[in-house]
Ligand binder design. Structure first.
Ligand code: F3S
Length: 73
């Protein structure tokens, strides 16, 4: 699995992450990415990478995490 990390000091609210991957990234009331620390379901990993790649500020980093025992991923 992968975990989303968002550098909130870098995010400028471009919202391209959520536009490209609406099932993965959420924005807060002010339009900044609010998905820091969230795990991504395996079926959404490609979408998560796409959204991260389109962030003009490179604010999103996706970190590989070992699957929990018995997850069957
Ligand atoms: Fe922020 Fe980049 Fe998304 S600037 S709102 S993380 S596209």
């Amino acid at each position: 699995m992968i975990r989303i990390t968002v550098d909130r000091s870098v995010c400028a609210g471009h919202a391209l992450c959520a536009a490209r991957a609406p099932e993965v990234y959420r924005l807060d009331d002010e339009g900044f990415c609010n998905s820091d620390g969230e795990l991504v379901a395996p079926r959404l990993e490609a979408q998560a990478r796409l959204g991260a790649r389109h962030c003009p500020e490179s604010a999103i980093l996706l970190v590989d995490e070992p699957s929990p025992p018995g997850a069957g991923a």
